[in-house]
Design a binder for this molecule. Structure first.
Ligand SMILES: [Zn+2]
Length: 429
């Protein structure tokens, strides 16, 4: 089961505890609920010089979802897991909308204004707002978890493959197909180099096999430069034919493959800008950061027999991953970045005509959009993220709910939370 975070009355993080123990502390009045998401209790006393088990925070940054796992390297237990959904796409869309509106407004021939270019240079290290938002989400959660748990080290997946693992000419072709860490790194390398397509028929989204361009039966080596990816039918059809014979009728494909073979792929090209920026900013936090490759993550996950999920990928990042990784009962907290609302006071329809004016204040009867609430209505009990109106009828999903039925469990902080399958002790207040 996911453990419960504990802090003492001076807000110093302590070891996370079992939910049953946390429930007892709450019942005895020795602790109070500090945060609902992630569930944290605060002790009503100071703990002098606590003996703590150091934890490692592991991250698998993705473009849509980032996996987060807190792992105790000592006993191999996953203590906490979460999946953080980003809103880069929503940011891009709203900026595009704004650009259209401005373009229209300026195209109205009401005045002439000289074009201004010189004051619009981008600073060095500039990233698009959608990417900045992803990085900010990750850093927010690293900082939050560091406040709630004794985290002493960080791990993140930085590259897709590790070139140093690959540069070894004497491995057999069997090793590429299954098994070793090297095999996984080579596969990731080839997937990146050949753009996840069959080299011969360009089919995508099918299982691809590692293929020798110059066949082994005719003295071809297993060097990485002699390898490509092919779907099963193509691989069988080519068999031990030479590539020039096999592609005699498709000269363009042959030309493309031979050109692609010569193009070396650097390790750096497997790092994307966002991950690199995340690494730079994590280093600035002062904790040691371990970097892993995608091939290593996949190898760790497969050898431990774990399914592919964002949070388990995160738990498998890096060389520090314990051999016996135990995750019994862990249900990841689903975190979704929602933003903090917009400042736009006049909502327009799709033609640009005003259809609604917003009020200056963001709260009504003490609630604001984004609050996580529990509603106990005559029709049943509902939980979730509320959207307010400036009248006593709020929106919860597709329901209209009167605020008199509500109880706030977590104030709006820019994220929506869904915790499935776990019922924490309902604190009575
Ligand atoms: Zn094919």
């Amino acid at each position: 089961m996911s453990n419960v975070f504990v802090i003492d009355t001076d807000y110093n993080p302590l070891d996370p505890v079992h939910p049953g123990y946390a429930r007892r502390l709450l019942k005895q009045g020795k602790a109070a609920v500090y945060r609902r998401y992630p569930f944290t209790i605060v002790l009503k006393r100071v703990v002098e010089e606590p003996q703590m088990q150091p934890l490692r925070l592991k991250l698998d940054p993705g473009s849509k979802t980032t996996g987060i796992a807190l792992v105790d390297d000592g006993n191999g237990k996953v203590v906490f897991a979460a999946e953080l959904a980003h809103r880069g796409h929503a940011i891009k869309e709203s900026l595009d909308d704004r650009r259209v509106v401005r373009r229209n407004r300026r195209n109205c021939k009401t005045r002439y204004r000289k074009p201004r270019w010189q004051n619009r240079r981008r600073k060095k290290g500039w990233l698009p707002p959608s990417l900045e938002s992803r990085i900010a989400n990750i850093l927010t959660w690293v900082a939050r978890l560091c406040r709630l748990a004794p985290i002493t080290a960080l791990s993140m997946e930085l590259v897709k493959f590790d070139l140093q693992q690959i540069e070894n000419p004497d491995i057999t072709s069997v090793e590429y197909q299954q098994g070793t860490l090297q095999g996984y790194e080579v596969r990731e390398y080839l997937l990146e180099k050949w753009e996840r397509t069959c080299a011969y028929c360009s089919v995508q989204n099918v299982p691809l096999q590692v293929e020798h361009i110059h066949p082994r039966a005719k003295g071809g080596t297993s060097r990485i430069s002699n390898l490509t990816l092919a779907c099963e039918p193509c691989n069988k059809a080519k068999d031990t034919l030479d590539i020039t014979v096999f592609l005699a009728k498709k000269p363009e494909v042959l030309k493309h493959i031979l050109a692609q073979v010569k193009r070396p792929l650097k390790d750096a090209s497997a790092v994307n800008g966002t991950r690199w920026a995340v690494l730079q900013r994590l280093k600035a936090l002062g904790l040691p950061v371990e970097c892993g490759s995608g091939g290593l993550t996949k190898y760790n996950r497969t050898t431990r027999g774990l399914p592919k999920t964002h949070w388990l990928d995160a738990a498998c990042v890096g060389k520090s991953t314990p051999v016996g990784l135990s995750h019994t009962g862990i249900v990841p907290l689903q975190i979704k970045a929602m933003g903090h609302g917009s400042r736009q006071m006049c909502v327009v329809d799709k033609y640009g005509f005003p259809k609604q004016h917003k009020q200056r204040k963001k709260t009504f009867l003490g609630y604001q959009t984004g609050d996580m609430i529990k509603a106990m209505t005559p029709k049943g009990t509902f939980e979730g993220r509320i959207a307010i109106r400036h009248r006593p009828s709020f929106r919860l999903g597709k329901r209209d709910i009167h605020p008199k039925y509500l109880r706030c469990v977590h104030r709006a902080d820019g994220y929506e939370y869904i915790q499935k399958g776990v019922r924490h002790a309902p604190p009575h207040d």
